[in-house]
Design a protein around this ligand. Structure first.
Ligand SMILES: NC(=O)c1ccc[n+]([C@@H]2O[C@H](COP(=O)([O-])OP(=O)(O)OC[C@H]3O[C@@H](n4cnc5c(N)ncnc54)[C@H](O)[C@@H]3O)[C@@H](O)[C@H]2O)c1
Ligand SMILES: O=C(O)C[C@H](O)C(=O)O
Length: 346
């Protein structure tokens, strides 16, 4: 667990009955009430993510929604003696209640990959799931910040944007594709190879969230390590194929769930901190962007009270990164267009 997050968790447990939490960025004043909803909460990601959000002292209400299995998950998680009140909701007719009043909605609903599949192979099932969940978000919590985890993220985020546009509530500052797992992997692989303390390592990851569209910027990694071009290429490939590495190791039993729950919890925590006015909260995320000529692109984003406060530029790229950026653009564009087309045709 990231050290600052671990401190948050420990402080929440220590002060379980109090909403007064003294943490970095807060004095001893009350932490605002915040409702977080997890859609797909009974799934492989949903359950550990529900646990991690229950440990987050910034959450006052935790709403767990799925088409099946949420009463058990909610009852289980609700016994943990931390700040938030937990409620479980199941099935379409409880979706509105699950969403009402949410500040942040995290979406890990949908099917995961099996070996041999690409994330785009999930489009046919997950696009429809995301579309209907986003229509409900537009109706019941139109001002919520949305963290999209469901794959293919390169397409599901544009689908969400189109659904919100049609409903007349689209605010590009509030829609995020969660690419934090790519950053988590890039940090782990870089630190492992360079024999560095992983807690001190930072690596921006830009582009999208599938194969070659995932572009870790190791030339900007800190602390600096003395890697050959071949080393950088190998680290890049491993980061791009991190998801497939897990899918193959799970051999038909799904994709990354635990590392994704960790990454999702970090990103949701960053969104909550931004909402609460904590300064200088920066994470990489896939958002509507003008950093490149593509309409959606992942890069460093400063989070604030309204969601995206500032999209940061790419910074200086190595020749390898410049070339990789140009190579990824056609694939990312085609995934974006596929999402937009789907949302507008049905
Ligand atoms: N963004 C990322 O980095 C990242 C990482 C890992 C996995 N994923 C994606 O996250 C998704 C979920 O993965 P998982 O391993 O948790 O899958 P899973 O099958 O274990 O869980 C998915 C859950 O979604 C629920 N669900 C299905 N339709 C729903 C609906 N209409 N409303 C609410 N819930 C619904 C299912 O009942 C299930 O509990 C997949 O699409 C996967 O590819 C993304
Ligand atoms: O690889 C997958 O299908 C799941 C996820 O996108 C990941 O990166 O682990």
């Amino acid at each position: 667990m990231r050290p600052s997050m671990f401190r948050s968790v420990k402080s929440a447990v220590a002060r379980s009955s109090s909403a007064h939490v003294a943490r970095r960025g807060y004095s001893s004043e009350s932490v605002p009430e915040r409702k977080v909803a997890v859609l797909g909460a009974a799934g492989g990601i949903g359950q550990p993510l529900a646990l991690l959000m229950k440990l987050n002292p910034l959450v006052s209400r935790l709403s767990l929604y799925d088409i099946a299995g949420t009463p058990g998950v909610a009852a289980d998680v609700s016994h943990i003696n931390t700040r938030s009140e937990v409620a479980g909701y199941m099935g379409d007719d409880q979706l509105g209640k699950a969403l009402e009043g949410s500040d942040v909605v995290i979406i890990p609903a949908g099917v995961p990959r099996k070996p041999g599949m690409t994330r785009d192979d999930l489009f046919n099932i997950n696009a429809g799931i995301v579309k209907s969940l986003c229509a409900a978000i537009a109706k019941y919590c139109p001002n919520a910040i949305v963290n999209m985890i469901s794959n293919p993220v390169n397409s599901t985020v544009p689908i969400a944007a189109e659904v919100f546009k049609k409903a007349g509530i689209y605010d590009e500052k509030r829609l995020f594709g969660v690419t934090t797992l790519d950053v988590v992997r890039a940090k782990t692989f870089y630190a492992g190879k360079a024999n560095l303390n992983v807690a001190e390592v930072n690596v921006p990851v830009v582009g999208g969230h599938a194969g070659i569209t995932i572009l870790p910027l190791f030339s900007q990694a800190t602390p600096k390590a003395n890697f050959s071009d071949e080393d950088i290429k190998a680290l890049t490939k491993r980061t791009q194929e991190g998801g497939t590495e897990v899918v193959e190791a799970k051999a038909g039993k799904g994709s990354a769930t635990l590392s994704m729950a960790y990454a999702g919890a970090i990103f949701a925590d960053a969104c909550l901190k931004g909402l609460n006015g904590v300064p200088d909260v920066v994470e990489c995320s896939y958002v509507q962007s003008s950093v490149t000529d593509l309409p959606f692109f992942a890069s460093k984003v400063r989070l604030g009270k309204n969601g995206v406060e500032e999209i940061l530029g790419l910074g200086p790229l190595s020749d390898f990164e410049k070339e990789s950026l140009e190579t990824l653009k056609p694939e990312l564009l085609s995934s974006i267009e596929k999402g937009i087309k789907f949302a507008n045709q049905s």
